[in-house]
Design a protein around this ligand. Structure first.
Ligand SMILES: *Cc1c(COP(=O)(O)O)cnc(C)c1O
Length: 231
């Protein structure tokens, strides 16, 4: 058995256990395999092990892989920071974009989404308290942004995404995820109908599932430690 196959089996089991612990249906949790820095062959191997959704952070690297894997029915998610001069290729090549935190980027993605494609699925990135990275919209500004983004015809606003600062203890890991879940509930109470919480990575996905994650983005635990430098 290859490492990727056995890693996927371990993670699927852990997802099911984390879901059952809080009486959730594991079928409501999508595993997104984050393949950044790993070659197309690694993606092919994960696909052979039953994995269909893949996340990439860097546009050019992603485009090369998408091209090399055209023969497979894969679903590609863009999860990296978005530069405005890259929105066209992102809109043309991906099914989901997780890191939207500005109206201008959302407008460009909507305008540039080709008409023959279904609307691009969007998550708004939230800068939850203690978030390590600087990107993301402040929690108190999410609703105003969501109400604008939901109107854009080329997009389908699905929910929220976060990258909290790393924490070791599961109880500490759960705090920002719980905040995200409350935020999603608030938006839905105010008339939106969002179904996605994209949160949880290799070190904290069980905690994210405990707080309602519907997409967990897992790289290292599937493909191993990234050694190639990231651009
Ligand atoms: C790299 C990355 C991941 C995966 O992180 P791991 O710790 O390797 O599981 C998830 N989400 C985003 C936004 C990333 O950039």
């Amino acid at each position: 058995m290859t490492a990727i196959l056995s890693n996927l089996q371990v993670i699927r089991l852990a997802i099911a256990q984390a879901a059952q612990a809080v009486q959730r249906d594991p079928a409501g949790i999508m595993l997104l395999a984050v393949s950044k820095t790993f070659p197309a062959e690694a993606v092919r191997e994960a696909y052979a092990a039953g994995q269909c959704a893949f996340g990439e952070n860097y546009v050019q690297e992603a485009l090369d892989k998408i091209e090399a894997l055209r023969d497979l029915p894969l679903e590609w998610h863009f999860i990296g920071p978005i530069q405005s001069n890259k929105t066209r290729v992102i809109a043309e090549s991906f099914s989901w974009v997780h890191g939207v935190d500005r109206l201008k980027i959302a407008q460009r993605l909507s305008e540039q989404r080709q008409l023959h494609l279904p609307p691009l699925n969007i998550c708004l990135q939230v800068n939850v308290s203690g978030e390590g990275s600087k990107s993301g919209v402040a929690p108190e500004e999410v609703e105003a942004l969501a109400l604008q983004v939901v109107k854009l015809p080329g997009l389908k606003l699905r929910g929220l995404m976060a990258i909290p600062a790393p924490a070791d203890a599961p109880a500490a890991q759960r705090l920002p995820f719980a905040q995200m879940q409350r935020l999603l509930q608030q938006l839905n109470a105010h008339g939106l109908s969002l179904d996605t919480l994209s949160m949880g990575m290799s070190h904290d996905y069980p905690a994210a599932i405990a707080e309602g994650a519907t997409i967990v983005r897992v790289g290292t635990a599937i493909f191993g430690v990234r050694t190639r430098p990231q651009p």
